[in-house]
Design a protein. Structure first.
Length: 212
């Protein structure tokens, strides 16, 4: 079972977006989302960085259970709640369902979102990078820790990506399997904390009901 690991430089609840029933990876990390070797059942692992003050900490892990394209994501009734509402709550502001293809021009539409310009117009740089990954990754089996991120035990540190892109082929199945066994044995599925960068807003923490 392949594993894909990368280092998060920021965590706003956008990528990944862990809210509701599904954890989704719809923007950023196009090299993972578009990877031809990534299959249903693989794991995506996100760890902390020096910039976030949590190097070698686990921010999230999701088992890929579904891959759909942007138009399917935009139209799917299950994911309407992930369309951004910029004057709503932080959960709504950082919705990740904002790309769809114009059927006439065949160009990408980027709805007003956390990746748009401040005046709401499209941010072409973000749009090109985000849509460079064909798929949205979807999971109901996920662990999101955010600001409650957990220090990864030394014996599993080799799952961490130390570079800027991703780490995959160098994570052996034996190491990845042991890491997931540690994760599943010691933690409940679901959301455990707020996105790390939400601390910038100085709001009260959300109380989550975490289901096994």
């Amino acid at each position: 079972m392949p594993y894909y690991s990368y280092k998060l430089e920021h965590d706003f609840g956008l990528a990944p977006n862990p809210f509701g029933r599904y954890c989704t990876l719809a923007v950023c990390k196009s090299h993972i989302r578009n990877n031809k070797k990534l299959n249903i059942g693989d794991w995506v692992i996100g760890t902390g960085s020096k910039g976030l003050g949590c190097l070698h900490h686990l921010i999230f892990a999701m088992k890929v259970e579904e891959k759909i394209n942007f138009n399917q994501y935009w139209e799917d009734e299950r994911f309407q709640y992930k369309k951004p509402v910029l004057n709503g709550s932080l959960v709504q502001m950082y919705g990740d369902n904002f790309y769809h293809l114009d059927h006439v021009s065949k160009k990408w539409i980027q709805e007003n979102s956390a990746h748009s310009m401040e005046d709401g117009t499209p941010n072409i740089g973000h749009s090109n990078r985000d849509t460079g990954g064909e798929f949205v990754l979807i999971s109901e089996k996920f662990y999101y820790f955010g600001d409650d991120c957990r220090r990864i035990p030394n014996e599993y540190l080799d799952v961490c990506c130390e570079g800027r892109d991703m780490k995959s082929s160098s994570i052996s199945n034996e190491l990845g399997d042991r890491f997931i066994e540690w994760l599943e044995s010691n933690h409940r599925q679901g959301i455990h904390g707020d996105p790390i960068n939400w601390g910038d807003y100085q709001l009260e923490k959300i109380e989550y009901e975490v289901e096994i």
